[in-house]
Design a protein around this ligand. Structure first.
Ligand code: PFF
Length: 466
């Protein structure tokens, strides 16, 4: 990013914006959350409805968010306020982005916990490189149950869980305090392509050695009877989580985009890349899950338990495992940075403080909540903070943060964004920003005005009460 004017920064180029936004979208949501959600929600019905949500809801909302940001050139709440003011509407609309900023803070708190697990696996594979050597597979002579047991072993160690979480958060804070400058752009520009390459190799390996046919039919066979309200809400929530929507993240990044960036085209690239990675993650992980006789609905452990088993049999397995988790670390970092950036940008703009101070304050808050989330797997396993709400019955602190944001904050934020962009904001101002013309423009407008808010409201009500 290059500084331009007081406090405001811009990406150094259009491709830097695309890579940073793809970096925000592609992260643990694709590799860890998508397969876990697909497995817990019955596979095919979830996956196909997810794709439908990305195309008909996620993509139009993504374009709406980045254009609000670029018009406002500020933190998300201020950008909404500016567009409202320029459209002659009430400034109270900024509340939709304030809610988003708060949600980003909540997501950040538990996201860094999972980032900590990734760091742990980097350590595991690093020590394995020394023990097993680089030529053969990983974890020589160890039973599969042993490898699967690594994650529960980590969960049981409260001190390590908290420490790793804080470590991951500290690295995120370091980059955000530096103004998302050369560091993150560098990570996005050089490491994301490497990540894509490695990921493709592992998927191809899974296709040849794992149970690819079973994985394909599991992920893409549509069984309408499995499409319950809960599954639909989970799919919408996953689409928003994966595209970084409804939590002011993309609005914040859009504000750093140059005027000559075509936002319609860019949104298509972001959504396409993000969805491709999620589907590849499913195709990399499920063949291994089925071949190793693991259960598809193993939830959060799926990625962390199935892939290391595959690395055991691969030539150069410990090195590939090390490289793979390092790549996931970078993908997670480019996402956590955008999560921290949204509340930080709001804070330093609102209270006129330095970027470093704002980063520190938001980071300390996230450290406190994140510690509770890390302890959900051990000391606080029986603590169910919102158990009086049926959707969150018997749900620990970590899962409550996750469910609350993906199943409530994100869809509600998106509904309000659609109403704001589709009905409240001045259509001429919107048309100047979106980079679409002809039929595509009409389609986008119809989706934002009618289809998205209505579909989201129905899915939300059906998911909660259905
Ligand atoms: N999209 C990220 C992922 O899939 O890992 C998570 C995320 C980042 C959500 C930024 C929201 C956000 F604002």
């Amino acid at each position: 990013m290059a500084a331009s004017g007081k406090g405001h920064e811009n990406w150094s180029s259009r491709s830097a914006f695309i890579l940073a936004a793809v970096g925000s979208a592609v992260g643990l949501g694709n590799m860890w959350r998508f397969p876990a959600e697909a497995g817990e929600n019955g596979g095919g019905a979830f996956v196909l409805f997810y794709i439908f949500c990305v195309l008909l809801i996620g993509l139009p909302v993504l374009l709406s968010e980045v254009l609000v940001g670029r018009h406002g050139q500020s933190s998300a709440p201020e950008s909404v306020r500016r567009l409202a003011r320029d459209s002659g509407a009430g400034e109270g609309w900024s509340v939709l982005a304030s809610m988003g900023v708060f949600a980003a803070f909540l997501v950040l708190s538990f996201y860094c916990v999972v980032g900590g697990w990734v760091v742990y696996y980097i350590g595991v594979f690093l020590s394995d490189v020394f023990q097993t050597g680089v030529v053969g597979g990983a974890f020589e002579g160890r039973a599969a149950e042993d490898i699967e047991g690594l994650l529960p072993g980590l969960f049981g160690n409260a001190g390590l869980m908290v420490g790793l979480n804080l470590g991951f958060l500290a690295v995120t804070m370091f980059f955000v305090a530096r103004g998302v400058s050369g560091g993150i752009e560098w990570v996005a520009v050089y490491l994301m392509p490497l990540f894509f390459f490695l990921f493709l190799c592992i998927t191809i390996y899974g296709a040849f050695t794992g149970n690819f046919g079973e994985a394909l039919s599991y992920l893409f066979t549509f069984d309408a009877s499995k499409l319950t309200g809960e599954v639909m809400l989970a799919a919408v929530g996953q689409a928003f989580f994966s595209l970084s929507l409804g939590v002011a993240g993309m609005m914040t990044y859009g504000a750093y985009a140059n005027r000559d960036t075509n936002l319609g085209e860019t949104s298509g690239i972001i959504a396409g890349a993000d969805t491709a990675v999620a589907l590849l993650a499913g195709l990399a992980i499920f063949p291994i899950v089925f071949a190793a006789g693991l259960s598809a609905n193993a939830g959060p452990g799926l990625m962390f338990q199935s892939l290391p088993i595959a690395f055991q049999e691969m030539p150069f397995g410990s090195l590939i495992g090390l490289a793979f988790f390092t790549m996931i670390f970078f993908a997670a970092l480019t996402s956590s940075v955008s999560l921290l950036e949204a509340p930080t940008a709001w804070m330093f703009e609102k209270f006129n403080m330095s970027r470093s101070m704002a980063t520190l304050i938001v980071g300390l808050g996230a450290a406190a909540l994140g510690t509770m989330a890390a302890l959900s797997f051990n000391e606080l396993a029986e603590f169910y903070p919102l158990s009086f709400i049926p959707l969150f019955a018997e749900t620990n602190f970590f899962d409550t943060l996750d469910g609350l944001t993906a199943k409530l904050f994100m869809p509600i934020g998106a509904i309000l964004t659609c109403i704001f962009v589709g009905w409240v904001a001045d259509a001429k101002l919107i048309d100047q920003e979106n980079g679409l013309d002809g039929a595509l423009h009409k389609l986008w407008r119809a989706l934002v005005r009618y289809v998205c808010p209505l579909a989201l409201t129905v899915i939300l009500l059906f998911g909660i009460f259905g």
